[in-house]
Design a binder for this molecule. Sequence first.
Ligand code: FES
Ligand code: FES
Length: 159
Amino acid sequence: MKINFNINGIVKELDVPPQKPMCDVLREDFGLTGTKIGCREGECGACTIIMDGKTVNSCLVPAVSADGREILTIEGIQKFPETEIINDNFKKVGAVQCGYCIPGMVMSSYALLKENKNPTEDEIRQGLSGNLCRCTGYKRIVMAVEGSARDLNNIEGEN
Ligand code: FES
Ligand code: FES
């Protein structure tokens, strides 16, 4: 089936089999391998993307259902200044170990901070609750998001 969607600001057309999930289309058809695949069951969040402004598990989204939608992947958000700040904070507090969960974590953090500029610890944990990390124990990830919120608010205050 032929579909059109906007991926990271560029309109793409593709012929896709009806059941092919979005995560496979991104990785195999567009080489966007920053979107990781863990469980393929909507449980781990490694495949998190933003579709029409909301985070979704791309393993659960048949690509055909993305027809006409706007998709942002971890590659696409790198051009936003917010992402640089989030990336820096993840590095600064040592929130990255094997790194496998991190693209999904950064996607969810970006989406959370877009909606809520001053999230509490509970709100951060809630916002990242669909993203699993086997390595870090979450404390440093929460610290990274808190630091990102602080830095983003400071920058906004200066402007
Ligand atoms: S691979 Fe999609 S949620 Fe785990
Ligand atoms: S850093 Fe290894 S799974 Fe999160």
